[in-house]
Design a protein around this ligand. Sequence first.
Ligand SMILES: Cc1ncc(COP(=O)(O)O)c(C=O)c1O
Length: 419
Amino acid sequence: MAITTDRRTFLKATLATGLYGFARPFATAITPDGDWIESVRAEFPGLKHSRGYFQTGAFGLCSQRVIERTKDLIDRQNLGPAHPDQIDYLKNVERECRELVAQTFGAKPTEVALTANTTTGLNIVLWSIDWQAGDELIISDQEHPGLLLPCYNLVRRFGIVLKLAPIAQPEKTVDEVVARLTPRTRLVVMSHVSRGSGVVLPAAALAAALRTRGVRLLLDGAQGPGNVLVDFHAIGCDYYSLCGHKWLLGPKSTGALLVRSDVLESTPPTWTGSNAQASMNEAAQSLEWHPDARRYEFSTRYVAGLGGWHEALRWLDGLGWDRIRARQAELLAYTGEAIKATRGMELVSPDNLAQRNGIVVLRLPEGLNATNIYERLRREDNILVSPVTAPRDLRLSVHFYNTEAEIDLALARIRTYSA
Ligand SMILES: Cc1ncc(COP(=O)(O)O)c(C=O)c1O
């Protein structure tokens, strides 16, 4: 199915009215052309290895420049890992990464702890609380094991009570959460974007509602940054945990926890080790933490990966986030329309402009199993998608480097296997 002039006109009009919750009158002018799309795709060796890469919600692809930067840093580290010149150079790599993460996602550099993944950041916050039996923790009913397992662990270790709030209808989420608050609620933790349905949390409204009630909010941002707009201070949550390896196209084992300055002192580290301290005194058996979020970082770290991630962020920034979003939005509208036009297939992920994002979930016709279709697409067509929570739900993660032709092919093959 080729894109038609009518469809293109519709898409451009759609873009102009705002896809990410605010008006984007300039979007029509920046919608990328074919040359831009080709030059972007040429950066990613991984795109040549499949006929449709739709697994960015699991792992994004690294561009050649990110791969090379990471390799260069590994080489450099091995020139003499303990040489002061190398140590200084690598410290600078971390500093640059921290500063760019802060700048890109609306935080201060002092509010950024560089981590290895989203789950680490979630654990840092979950374990900062002095939990007592009967304390309550609210999460949503659509969470990933990366959050569920730490929560079940807290239930087992401390006897806390875990409450689930439904989030399928975003306009009701704030009320659903507020209805579950009690004097024993110590924290609310939720995915900014659900990995199984693509539902986007009304994050700013929830943060505001919880702030007035004195309850902190931690967002699981595994599917957020690079997929939807993230401005930490504009959202107003207390903590935001994210990873570099999905929509931000960095190497695996990269991520960050954003911690608002005003909750830093009341969010104590749990696990720690060398380099988390501003100073320590062996005679007095005492320490002073770093005055900023570096207090959650310790020991020997994967600096080469952080350098690779910095390169990915730098390149994305150079491409232009508005252009990236415009292209992704164009593809999302195209994919949504194509799914809705297919008999027997249902679009599960949100279709309205404020909610639409790269997590596109379709429901297969009755009697089919998403894992089987995923296997056939992988084996017979070399098209990579993901089966998600419900047995008939298949996820296509659509990023700006995908194409309409890949989407057409994937949907055609799914249709064939569904017949
Ligand atoms: C919503 C959500 N949370 C957490 C995770 C785990 O992320 P990480 O591997 O960065 O810890 C994922 C991974 O897919 C996810 O989708």
